[in-house]
Design a protein around this ligand. Structure first.
Ligand SMILES: *Cc1c(COP(=O)(O)O)cnc(C)c1O
Length: 460
């Protein structure tokens, strides 16, 4: 399988090279040159299989690894999950289901991708006898998932940049309590977009990038998107696909998770609507409503993993909407750097063929957590509540709706307690999180400070 850049000026790469590269050298994102198809029969045959076997069958055409090796990596990746189904479905009401994606080691859906990517990197580096430096920006959940996936691997140093004071205590402690020497948690004096910009800038500094063996594990990494395609298949099949259509609502920040749903649809999964759910940082909702993709300031919310204005993976959707014209995408991204752009009429129409959208403000998020708690006993995290609220506006009695529950409520206990009156407990396997010592380095929001810190740490 070959991968091309959304900006059309980087070499085509195979799966492993695209995974190790992260961002393409022209600043673009890798996407498959051709999306492999699964027939009705292939999809029907997934019914009743284990999550791991579904994962193997869905991802195999995208990956260039021997079958037995790939099966082994998948098995290890999901062995640390706290639920045998990995991604269980719960019914919320008539025709509305919740896909619980929070049973991994850091209690958010990002574990699905990160645990697999940890195994894939380890296998590749062991085979090549090389060393890499992983750098990621996080609004909270990516960083802890990455640290959990890479801690203790001796061919890897992992640096995670997070906005100081803007992640929850649980998120921060999941990043700062692992004591392995290859784990480096950096608290940046800035917001998430600043952290993400610093990571992008390090990738565009080729001397630095090559000097430290820089590798990205942010949601721009194709391998992460790929791992997330799997649960669209497993959940849709559980509700009757391919014989019945389903729709999905996805709490969205960087557009990685919902883009995985779009890939599942392109592979042949009968998905009716993909609904983008945003909090009050609603650039994607505004874009789909009006075509105007204009940045505003990031406003902190009780769903912090979606407090994003620059939604990196949206570039992948734009690439398709513009007929895979890398030049057009380059131009849009130049305009975005100046503040924003307007999606062309044709491209907007093409996006709207797949995507709907909605927004949920702070009061509505809290009200949804409360209402669902009372009506079903299910405790939602604030991100999942944004999804459930927006899904409620897009229900169609003929087609089941699956809302993705992206984090465990105990990751955001203050918001959940404020809404329900009950503090959600951490699962027993991580109950001692608040007793473990923390290790974190505070850094100024400048590229040079971050780069010199990384150089210094990896030379030790
Ligand atoms: C990352 C994250 C999201 C947003 O996912 P994207 O792939 O960035 O759109 C939503 N909810 C939670 C809990 C997350 O960690």
């Amino acid at each position: 399988m070959q991968y091309v850049s959304t900006r059309g000026q980087a070499p085509e790469l195979g799966f492993e090279q695209a995974m190790l590269a992260g961002l393409a050298r022209d600043g673009g994102l890798y996407v498959p040159r051709d999306v492999p198809q699964m027939s009705q029969g292939d999809i029907a045959a997934l019914a009743g299989l284990s999550y791991e076997e579904v994962a193997f069958r869905v991802m195999r055409p995208f990956v260039d690894l021997p079958d037995d090796v790939f099966r082994g990596l998948i098995g290890t990746a999901y062995s640390g999950f706290g639920h045998a189904a990995r991604a269980p479905l719960v019914q919320l009401g008539s025709g509305h289901f919740l896909l619980e994606l929070f049973h991994g080691p850091t209690l958010a859906f990002k574990d699905f991708a990160m645990q697999l990517i940890g195994q894939l990197f380890q296998e590749a580096m062991a085979r090549k006898g090389e060393r890499i430096t992983i750098v990621g920006a996080t609004s909270g959940d990516t960083g802890s998932a990455a640290i959990e996936a890479f801690r203790g691997l001796d061919a890897v140093d992992v640096f995670i940049l997070f906005p100081h004071g803007r992640v929850s205590d649980v998120q921060r402690r999941q990043m700062t309590t692992p004591d392995e020497a290859n784990v480096h948690a950096l608290a940046v004096d800035g917001d998430f977009d600043d952290c993400q910009a610093a990571v992008k800038a390090m990738f565009n500094d080729f001397a630095f990038r090559d000097g430290v063996g820089l590798t990205a594990i942010n949601s721009i990494n194709w391998a992460r998107v790929l791992a997330q395609v799997v649960y669209y298949f497993s959940s849709a099949v559980a509700l009757g696909a391919p014989h019945r259509k389903v729709s999905f609502t996805v709490p969205t920040g960087n557009f990685g998770d919902i883009f995985a749903g779009y890939i599942a649809k392109k592979m042949g999964l009968p998905i009716d609507r993909l609904v983008v759910a945003t909090n009050r940082n609603d650039i994607l909702h505004r874009t789909l409503a009006s075509g105007a993709h204009m940045k505003q300031g990031v406003e902190p919310t009780i769903s912090p993993s979606m407090d994003i204005q620059v939604s990196s993976n949206f570039e992948r959707a734009l690439f398709d909407a513009y007929g895979r014209d890398g030049g057009a995408v380059r131009q849009l991204m130049d305009e975005l750097a100046q503040g924003g752009f307007t999606v062309s009429q044709g491209a907007l129409q093409s996006l709207r063929e797949h995507f709907d959208s909605g927004r949920c403000d702070e009061a509505e998020t809290a009200a949804t957590i409360r209402a669902i708690h009372v009506a079903t006993g299910e405790t939602l995290c604030p991100h999942s509540a944004v999804g459930v609220k927006v899904a409620g506006e897009h229900l169609n009695p003929a087609i089941p709706m699956i809302t993705l529950a992206t984090a465990h409520p105990a990751k955001f206990p203050d918001a959940v307690e404020a809404a329900t009156g009950t503090r959600p407990p951490l699962p027993p396997r991580m109950a001692d999180l608040f007793d473990r010592p923390e290790r974190v380095t505070r850094v100024p929001n400048t590229l040079s400070a971050i780069q010199s810190l990384i150089r210094e740490r990896i030379s030790q």
